[in-house]
Design a protein around this ligand. Structure first.
Ligand code: FES
Length: 137
């Protein structure tokens, strides 16, 4: 879903639509802009302050665009056993990326695995992951 209006419409009539809408907007645009907050507040008959309060309460949501590539490392058991901690250390030291976590990408036997941007990668080591992040910029 690419458009803000489509995201809002997809949750219309649902009970408690605010959080699902915010999650979808964050996923689609990488942040929740003031324009989006205004449109969501209007659609849900809330004040901008109410929507802004929810956005600022949850760490998952950002109001500013972050240009760094997004890397979600699998921290589930199999990838832990296959050395995901070495990837975390490498990214902390040398790679500018937004780090996140997922719990299993379905490639357990080929871990450690990560989502780099929208693509799943397996059999990662610090070098290959750093190269993938650089290519994503
Ligand atoms: S445990 Fe990492 S992909 Fe399943």
């Amino acid at each position: 879903m690419e458009r803000l209006e489509d995201i809002i419409a997809a949750h219309a009539g649902r009970e408690g639509p605010l959080l699902p809408i915010l999650h979808d907007v964050q996923a689609a645009f990488g942040h929740i802009s003031e324009e989006a907050i205004r449109a969501i507040a209007s659609a849900l008959n809330l004040s901008r302050a109410e929507v802004h309060g929810v956005v600022s309460f949850y760490h998952d949501f950002a109001t500013d665009a972050d240009p760094r590539p997004q890397v979600k490392l699998c921290r589930a058991e199999a990838c832990q056993a296959r050395g995901v901690d070495a990837l975390v250390a490498a990214l902390d030291e040398s790679v500018r990326a937004q780090l996140g976590t997922v719990y299993c990408l379905g490639l357990c036997s080929a871990g450690p695995s990560a989502l780099v941007g929208d693509t799943v990668h397996a059999r990662l080591d610090p070098t290959t992951l750093s190269e993938l992040v650089e290519q994503t910029k």
